[in-house]
Write a protein of this length. Structure first.
Length: 221
């Protein structure tokens, strides 16, 4: 499958307003709220947290509220995204335009819903592990990738993913953030179809949010 996730592609999504129109900003914040409680870091944490693939930076207020003493850094390969981050969230964090080669040593790296977009995901994870003490990668769990050309997701993940690395733990959880953009599909595939199942006395399906999996990987610092 061709990987369409170039810097130019994301510059266009972020500059055109498409990301906002598709509720990407809310989704980023929702992901952050779901994940901070699973990191196992104390609220008194005063080290440096880097958000790898920070998008428009909408996780930063969540991180700052949960870890008020932490120093926050956001990094993204989209120049347009970083410019908007600096405009909106420079009072929360500093921001860097670049890729894994531009990451400086930090205490913690968080990467939320980024690795499913990367062709070289394991190599990137390995490099990030050399730049931190703890690396947290959260991705969709057992996602089905449709065979379509314009699909942003190029990888799927389960418990055996990142087995090449020293993975300390894995946590699977239901994600409201992952499911929110698909509510029209939920309406049709669950609720509308359930009306017909009820009529024919078939089995009623209950909606459950899609799941994510968080990997905590040991860093080498």
């Amino acid at each position: 499958m061709k990987n369409i996730n170039t810097s130019e592609y994301w510059d266009n999504r972020f500059s055109s307003g498409d990301w906002e129109d598709k509720k990407g900003r809310k989704q980023t914040a929702d992901f952050a709220r779901e994940q901070v409680v699973r990191l196992g870091l104390p609220k008194s944490f005063s080290g440096t947290i880097l958000d790898f693939g920070c998008g428009l930076g909408d996780a930063m207020p969540v991180y700052k509220k949960f870890f008020p003493q932490a120093r926050l850094i956001g990094l993204d390969h989209s120049k347009e995204a970083i410019e908007k981050c600096r405009q909106n969230y420079s009072h929360y964090a500093s921001f860097i335009h670049g890729n894994v080669d531009n990451v400086s040593p930090v205490d913690v790296i968080i990467s939320s819903n980024v690795f499913e977009h990367l062709t070289n995901d394991v190599d990137v994870a390995r490099k990030l592990g050399t730049k931190c003490r703890r690396l947290f990668i959260t991705v969709p769990y057992k996602e089905t990738i449709q065979s379509q050309e314009q699909n942003e997701h190029v990888n799927t993940y389960d418990e055996d993913s990142f087995s090449e690395l020293l993975c300390l733990r894995r946590e699977i959880f239901a994600s409201k953030g992952l499911g929110q953009k698909n509510w029209w599909g939920v309406l049709y595939h669950v609720w509308v179809k359930n009306i017909f199942r009820f009529i024919i006395r078939g089995k009623i399906w209950a909606y459950t949010h899609p799941r994510e999996i968080m990997f905590e990987i040991q860093g080498s610092l």
